[in-house]
Design a protein around this ligand. Structure first.
Ligand SMILES: NC(=O)c1ccc[n+]([C@@H]2O[C@H](COP(=O)([O-])OP(=O)(O)OC[C@H]3O[C@@H](n4cnc5c(N)ncnc54)[C@H](O)[C@@H]3O)[C@@H](O)[C@H]2O)c1
Length: 417
């Protein structure tokens, strides 16, 4: 208790007599007060330090907010062949990139390469998630401020699609719907969609233009066409900027040798011609089997349009830059030049320096004789044209990566003595 009990209602005069006593009590109270304030300040500082160190408390991630002058692109399937090359190009061009991939077919090694190259905060993040998981996808969109989506993620083998069609409709068509719904719900206004020349089927007339009737003949092409239709129907009443890119046959790899094509070994049987060629050159398979030599083509083998992955990702960046709200752009991405399988095999032999054994067999059901693009629309509207059109050079670049990554993105194989 204080030595006196001051009544605030007492008149001033009646309080003045005990001034010295008041001085003593006041200074004691003052020092008590200062002590309490100091203690409070120390406790508050301690709390802040502890909170800051706790996992739930961190400054907001740069990925979660829009930043003027910075375009944040969600790259689905960015651990895969084309998606990883696209992410590399976007990062080189100063975009902010979030990769979402379930690693079902992609490689964490490709993500590591990108992370090592772009370690700065706010440049690249990887989120392991399945696009079929609706809740997970919405959470990703809620927690990140995307400006655009490049939707690459897909299962993508024609042969496999005929054996397991439901997987293709689910993974391609249904997952595209999930991505589109999440974009609409979270106000993401630009979509660049990976489509394919397989949506055209087997047109009577070559070259294929964007106006060529789409009549896909396998579940892969049909699933992609359905996904395109969903996107087109949605875009009719939306201000979303949409670009649909229909790629022809993709080959090659990063000219600086940082990334390559490394499909899972179990997918080899469904694989693409360049993979088979390199496997044959490395002795992983005994040789190449060319199926069909009696097509109505100059040398009897099938004709395809091979587009280098570096050119392909350039088309994506140009599409992203030119994407316009409320508009849809549909473009073929090819060289416009058809090459026969025989030509491809000869180029591969030269690129690898290996005299690959080639076996000529009868036709494979479902293969079309001739497919090549008319790429004039993309030239006129996006000012894009293929630059890497020398088949042997593209294959040489890819071969260099294959040779230095005999185990794909896995640990280097021990040298045999
Ligand atoms: N490679 C070609 O010649 C070619 C031609 C035309 C179109 N495309 C299209 O290009 C895109 C990329 O093809 P790619 O050759 O890079 O294939 P890829 O298999 O190398 O890459 C696909 C990636 O998507 C991921 N993925 C698959 N399903 C997923 C899911 N449910 N959730 C999250 N991630 C998932 C895989 O793990 C993989 O990393 C595909 O849409 C494909 O249809 C490819």
């Amino acid at each position: 208790m204080l030595p006196f009990n001051r009544n605030r209602n007492q008149p001033r005069t009646s309080r003045s007599w005990s001034l010295s006593g008041m001085d003593y009590a006041d200074s004691k109270r003052k020092s008590n007060f200062v002590g309490k304030v100091l203690l409070l300040a120390i406790l508050t500082a301690l709390c802040i330090i502890m909170l800051k160190q706790s996992p739930g408390f961190s400054s907001p991630s740069p990925f979660s907010r829009h930043e003027p002058g910075m375009t944040h692109v969600l790259v689905t399937g960015g651990a895969g062949y084309i998606g990883s090359h696209a992410a590399l190009r976007l990062l080189k061009d100063s975009y902010r990139v979030t990769i979402v991939d379930n690693l079902s077919r992609g490689n964490i090694g490709a993500i590591k390469v990108l992370q090592e190259k772009f370690p700065e905060p706010g440049r690249l993040q990887f989120i392991y998630a399945d696009l079929g998981d609706v809740k997970a996808v919405h959470k990703i969109f809620a927690e990140n401020a995307f400006d655009a989506v490049m939707h690459f993620a897909a299962v993508a083998y024609v042969g496999e699609s005929t054996l397991d069609p439901l997987r293709y409709y689910h993974n391609i068509t249904s997952n595209t719907l999930v991505v589109l719904e999440a974009m609409a719900a979270h106000g993401v206004k630009t979509l660049i969609y990976s489509s394919t020349c397989a949506t055209y089927g087997e047109p009577e007339r070559m070259p294929i233009t964007e106006a060529t009737h789409q009549a896909p003949i396998n579940p892969y092409g049909k699933a992609k066409k359905m996904a395109e239709d969903i996107i087109l129907d949605f875009s009719k009443n939306s201000d979303m900027a949409v670009m649909i890119l229909r790629y022809f046959n993709v080959i090659g790899s990063d000219p600086e040798g940082r990334l390559g094509e490394a499909p899972r070994p179990e997918l080899r049987e469904h694989g693409r011609i360049s993979g088979a060629c390199f496997d044959a050159a490395m002795g992983i398979i005994p040789g190449l089997k060319v199926k069909g030599t009696d097509y109505k083509t100059p040398d009897g083998t099938c004709i395809r349009d091979y587009i280098d992955v570096t050119d392909l990702v350039d088309a994506h960046v140009k599409a992203l830059v030119k994407a316009t709200p409320g508009k849809v752009g549909i473009y073929n991405v090819g060289t416009g030049k058809g090459r026969s399988v025989k030509e491809f095999v000869e180029a591969c032999k030269k690129a690898t320096g290996v005299d690959i054994k080639v076996e000529y067999l009868s036709r494979r059901p479902g293969d079309y004789a001739e497919v090549y693009s008319d790429p004039s629309k993309i030239l006129h509207e996006l000012n894009w044209t293929a630059q890497y059109t020398n088949l042997q050079e593209s294959l040489q670049i890819a071969w260099r990566w294959q040779q230095s990554h005999r185990n794909g993105y896995g640990p280097p194989l021990a040298m045999s003595s």
